[in-house]
Design a protein around this ligand. Structure first.
Ligand code: 5GP
Length: 219
């Protein structure tokens, strides 16, 4: 049986740049997949159903909750957001790495059910920069901007529940750090289930006849 993929959870306050980082990382790693979330938030002008999100009514979302369709879901700024469970599970089983770009409540729920995931917290270089990014996005009304900024402060307290923190100063640098994290995670002994086969193979050899020479002296 092949190896399962890695579940990579990218999370952090809104405006930290999770979306940009994920997009850039996925361009470099087309072998991985992004889980497209379901939301009750109305689409923004540039967003398309099935591409950015699956846009659903509250009733449809609640029916999906009742049918256990979500790996996790959360209410964020008055709207529901959820990760489709079956899609994520089937991709992981087929050996693909799956990336989730979700809020902090959602990430912590995934961690409870899926401890072996890799949990990465993205933070902006400064809080002032975070405020600037939220305002610059310009897609939200002033009240929502303020709500997002306030909760960003509170959310920073959850960093310690994550495995890694990446400061998003320059996107390319942040992407490089995520690549390094993933490579290191894949080398972890506890993720390498076939390691015991290699080691068992080694133990079957009779090492007593092998002559060890000192490479430097040649003796
Ligand atoms: P936005 O409305 O700006 O697209 O997203 C608002 C927040 O919801 C962001 O922090 C985003 O990461 C988060 N989010 C997106 N999809 C999901 C999801 O499936 N589950 C959870 N818990 N949060 C999500």
């Amino acid at each position: 049986m092949g190896k399962n993929g890695l579940l990579i959870v990218i999370s952090g306050p809104s405006g930290a740049g999770k979306g940009t980082i994920c997009k850039s990382w996925l361009e470099k790693h087309p072998e991985a997949v992004l889980s497209i979330s379901v939301t009750t938030r109305p689409p923004r002008p540039n967003e398309r159903d099935g591409v950015n999100y699956f846009f659903k009514s509250r009733e449809e979302f609640e029916r999906m909750i009742a049918e256990n369709d979500f790996l996790e879901y959360a209410e964020v700024y008055g709207n529901y957001y959820g990760t489709p469970r079956r899609f994520v599970q089937s991709q992981l089983l087929s050996g693909k790495d799956v990336i989730l770009e979700i809020d902090i409540q959602g990430a912590l729920k995934v961690k409870e059910r899926f401890e072996e995931g890799v949990f990465i917290f993205i933070i902006p270089p400064t809080m002032e920069e975070l405020r600037r990014r939220i305002v610059k996005r310009g897609t939200e009304d002033p009240e929502t901007i303020l709500k997002r900024f306030r909760s960003a402060y509170e959310e920073l307290n959850f960093i310690k529940r994550y495995n890694y923190v990446v400061v998003n100063d320059k996107v390319e640098e942040a992407v490089k750090k995520i690549e390094a994290i993933i490579i290191a995670e894949k080398c972890r002994v506890d993720r390498n289930k076939e390691l015991h086969l290699i080691l068992q193979g080694g133990a079957q050899h009779d090492l007593s006849n092998i002559e060890f020479t000192d490479e430097k002296s040649g003796q």
